[in-house]
Design a protein around this ligand. Structure first.
Ligand code: UN1
Length: 504
């Protein structure tokens, strides 16, 4: 079995640790590779290399830095099918999702590299005609990137593509569940010929991630769970000059009003809830449905949940692959049990698949099917407030106007993604203005964001940075630069520019 390595200072290295870990295919338990478990010392080496490379890298022009990313873009396009299959084999997403992960990656790289030729600041008017004022940007320095397993190729590029083009050097810790995708991403950057030390990757677990956070990087970009993200935000909070941009999960909802077209609402809800087996931070675990359409929606949604195909993710006909790892399956099952204990009415429980549903040779997969229940809204219920990250969905019936629907949409500590299904533009506009969300959709699923939009949440879901233009804020510093073109000093705000002296 191939033993992989870290990539530090332009070299593949074994690292200082003694422990290895394996990556396994969640659909059948096949071992995909062995990886070194990174240590604090490995992270220190990577940060030191990134620090040494920073000066030369920032001295290049934007288009010159972007050239390396264009190379990565070409490779991602040429190898989409192969890398898509790797994504599917390592994280269990069905194959169209595996490929879409790679497509999303090259869209992000395209955006970042193309942006290398776009304006990067503002010319700002001054009160004083002889003054030129500008807002300019500078790279912050070394950026630490910590990325999740559910988009193992796309999300690393949300972080790294922009950070690199903006002139930062990078230390990246991929998710421990998807180190082989991490290795493949690193190979793309190595293949591009990017200078030594500009890009570094340390494989490993949370302790390696924590070492990145505690190191002297200027920015930490994190996408992952709320618990870890909050810990990072707190630990960095008070450190002068250090910034954490954290993107966490949600308890996302699709709001289906009395004016909804159910032919659209049902597929929107199914896609939002069950794609990626519910393992997107934008997946929906709440369906808030108006009483006038409740019975019909429930019947149709339940029928769909009974039927969605769960199976081999490499098969083009599969809708839901397995969950990523046994530990995660345990967690989802615990939440299903919790919902039952909290007294909900279970409508669909396919958590334990029938034997014939499990594809041949896939007994060791982490299989699960949809779990759907109905309940009245109750602020005390944990199952409708805590993120499960699986195909665990609550139907919540409401009465009254759009205000009540939106009140329930907002009845969570999170604020990442959501969607309204309605044919009434007044309801849609009310939702647009009052739903507490970073990503909001009308008559669509609440998944499937495009990379050129800002991606991020409000409330407990994060601080809204890690994609496209928004991430530039986290990896650059602004300078307000003002130049006087006159040989006299003239001050703004009517300030006197006279230097008065004491009489002799
Ligand atoms: C995530 O949910 O973890 O919106 C990222 C989407 C993707 C990104 C999702 N483009 O579905």
């Amino acid at each position: 079995m191939e033993r992989h390595e870290h990539y530090i200072d332009g070299e593949w290295v074994a690292g200082s640790g003694d422990d290895d870990f394996e990556s396994r295919n969640p659909a059948n338990g096949e071992v995909l590779g062995t990886f070194p478990r990174g240590t604090e010392a490995d992270v220190e080496d990577a940060v030191a290399a990134a620090r040494d490379a920073a000066e030369e890298w920032r001295a290049l022009s934007y288009p010159d830095r972007a050239e390396y990313l264009w190379d990565v873009y070409q490779q991602l396009r040429e190898r989409t099918d192969e890398l898509g299959e790797l994504v599917t084999r390592e994280c269990g997403k069905e194959i169209s999702e595996g490929r879409a992960d790679v497509v999303e990656a090259y869209h992000m790289v395209e955006w970042a590299a193309g942006n290398g030729r776009h304006p990067h600041g503002d010319v700002v008017p001054s009160e004083i005609a002889a003054k030129d004022a500008y807002m300019r940007r500078k790279p912050r320095g070394v950026v630490g990137c910590i990325t999740p397993w559910n988009f193992p190729v796309a999300i690393p590029f949300w972080h790294m593509a922009v950070a690199l083009v903006e002139g930062n050097t990078v230390v990246w810790k991929p998710a421990e569940q998807t180190p082989k995708c991490g290795h493949a991403v690193a190979e793309l950057l190595v293949e591009s010929g990017i200078p030594d030390g500009v890009f570094n990757m340390v494989q490993g677990f949370g302790d390696a991630g924590a070492a990145v956070v505690d190191s002297d990087v200027e920015t930490v970009l994190f996408t992952g769970s709320a618990e870890v993200g909050q810990g990072i935000a707190e630990s960095i909070g008070g450190t002068p000059g250090k910034l954490a941009a954290c993107e966490m999960g949600g308890k996302n909802a699709v709001l289906i009003t009395d004016e909804a077209d159910l032919d659209l609402a049902v597929p929107a809800a199914v896609l939002s809830s069950f794609k990626t087996t519910g393992q997107r931070c934008v997946s929906s675990e709440r369906l808030i449905v108006h009483t006038d359409v409740y019975d019909e929606f429930k019947e149709r949604f339940v029928a769909a949940a009974e039927k969605v195909s769960v199976g081999d993710p490499l098969d083009e006909d599969t809708f839901m692959g397995p969950l990523v790892e046994p530990r995660h399956r345990e967690k989802v099952l615990e939440y299903n049990d919790l919902a039952r204990e909290e007294g909900v009415n279970v409508l669909v429980d396919r958590a334990d698949l029938d034997d014939e549903e499990i594809p041949d040779g896939h007994r060791d997969g982490h299989w699960i099917g949809p779990f759907v229940y109905e309940t009245e809204y109750d602020p005390e219920l944990r199952c409708i407030h805590e993120e499960v990250f699986g195909p665990h969905v609550a139907l919540i019936e409401y009465e009254g106007g759009i205000e009540r629907g939106v009140e329930l949409q907002n009845a969570t500590e999170y604020g990442l993604a959501g969607s309204i299904v309605s044919e009434d533009y007044r309801q849609i506009n009310y939702y647009r203005d009052h739903a507490e969300l970073g990503l909001a959709y009308g008559n669509l699923p609440c998944i499937g964001a495009e990379v050129q939009l800002p991606f991020g949440g409000v409330k407990k879901s994060g601080n809204g940075y890690p994609s496209a233009r928004a991430v530039i804020e986290a990896v650059t510093e602004r300078t307000a630069w003002t130049l006087n073109n006159s040989s006299d000093i003239e001050m703004a705000q009517g300030l006197s520019a006279e230097v008065t002296v004491e009489d002799d």
